[in-house]
Design a protein around this ligand. Structure first.
Ligand code: PLP
Length: 389
């Protein structure tokens, strides 16, 4: 059976060039980069080369890159680290209702510990209004944290516009760019951010490694204490093999960004066009233009997203749903909820995210499978009205 992986927003396969460098590094180099002897210095050389490559991906300076265990930890350091460093200046944080849980849960943790958090609403496309950010900033505001693009619906936020507002008002701005890296250009100066979160496993690098960009002079406290690695912001012996892989993934990602994004977007547009034309009662979630080139998120009426995911899996097609089955109840995602979708459209949501391994035949195979499964599932449901193709 054909296998079609359409879940690149969840994670990506490791790129062969990344794997090859990681193999070379781990066969020959094992030193602790903090050691002063030759073994340590050799590991450090690889690590600093990787830091430079990651910095290049976002147009930052290498000394502004702090390696972490991934996007989640980077978000935590940015938010809790800012809160701890600036708590004498204020206790107010602004974020959006559709952030990744790594941001939402961290903000909620702070809200239970003396901070005030404003969760901005989004429009029907999942877009934050920069005017709302300006309205909510007050003298106690110490941080605005808004993601660069949403992991479920792919909507790209107007971060550069928000950055102009936060700059003018003297408030730190953090963005979670985990989903945008190597898909659209990410330039920390154009965006006007003080902090930006990165993760390797979404860009064909290894899992468990990421970074936080923090602009020179940004006030941050660590959230972990120990040996003082990563210029005292992130203690713990560095994950050197992961860092080396991350560096290569960043280099390859930047090199191939334009050609790969264009190629994937053409496939994604074919997918959207065919699904909307050939399956009745389907809508596209997220912004029609301001969206990631590899993201398609559909609401398919009269079917459950979870049933679609499981049935597609049996046909070899890997996708994800916006309604996660947790503790026996089908809970629609907070993102789809914030868009104000009707109940039945939230429950029939399906996310398909494309990547390097996909070609036109994959897309056509997935569309045919989705068509057949939707027809079958709908035929079982007494709620399905007569539908016109
Ligand atoms: N932020 C966003 C937008 C994500 O999509 C993810 C991963 O799903 C994360 C953060 C978490 O990254 P990591 O898996 O590297 O901790």
């Amino acid at each position: 059976m054909r296998k079609v992986y359409l879940d690149h927003a969840a994670t990506t396969p490791v790129h062969p060039e990344v794997l090859s460098l990681m193999q070379e590094f781990s066969s020959n180099t094992f030193g602790n980069p903090s050691s002063v002897h030759t073994f340590g210095r050799e590991a450090k050389k690889y690590m600093e080369e990787a830091r430079r490559r990651v910095a290049d991906l976002i147009a930052a300076a290498p000394e502004e890159i702090y390696f972490t265990s991934g996007g989640t930890e980077s978000d935590n350091i940015a938010i809790i680290g800012t809160a701890m460093a600036r708590r004498t200046s204020g206790n107010h944080i602004i974020t959006s209702a559709i952030e990744h849980h790594a941001v939402l849960e961290t903000c909620e943790h702070l809200a239970k510990n003396g901070f005030e958090v404003t969760f901005l609403p989004v429009d029907k496309y999942g877009m934050v209004d920069p005017g709302d950010v300006a309205k909510e900033i007050r003298k106690e505001t110490i941080l605005v944290t808004i993601m660069h693009a949403n992991n479920e619906i792919g909507t790209i936020q107007p971060i550069a516009e928000i950055g102009r507002i936060t700059r003018e008002r003297g408030v730190a701005l953090h963005t979670d760019a985990v989903q945008t890296l190597a898909k659209i250009p990410v330039n920390v100066n154009d965006l006007g951010v003080e902090m930006l979160s990165l993760s390797a496993h979404k860009i064909y690098g290894p899992k468990g490694i990421g970074a936080l960009y923090a602009r020179k002079g940004t006030r941050l406290r660590p959230i972990m204490y120990g040996g003082g690695q990563e210029r005292k912001l992130r203690s713990g012996t560095e994950n050197t093999i992961g860092i080396v892989g991350f560096g290569k993934a960043a280099e390859v990602g930047l090199r191939d960004l334009e050609t790969e994004s264009t190629r994937v977007q053409i496939l994604r547009d074919r997918l959207i066009r065919r699904v909307l034309a050939e399956i009745p009662s389907v809508t596209l979630n997220g912004h029609p233009e301001q969206r990631l080139p590899n993201n398609a998120n559909f609401s398919i009426a009269y079917v459950e997203g979870e049933s679609l995911v499981l049935s597609l899996d049996l046909d070899g097609v890997a996708v994800s749903s916006g309604s996660a089955c947790s503790s026996g109840s089908l809970q629609p995602s907070h993102v789809l909820n914030a868009l104000g979708l009707p109940h039945e459209m939230m429950h029939g949501s399906l996310r398909m995210t494309l990547g390097s391994a996909n070609n036109e035949e994959d897309i056509d195979y997935a569309v045919e499978a989705l068509k057949n499964i939707t027809t079958r599932l709908r035929s079982f449901s007494p709620l399905t009205p007569p539908l016109q193709p």
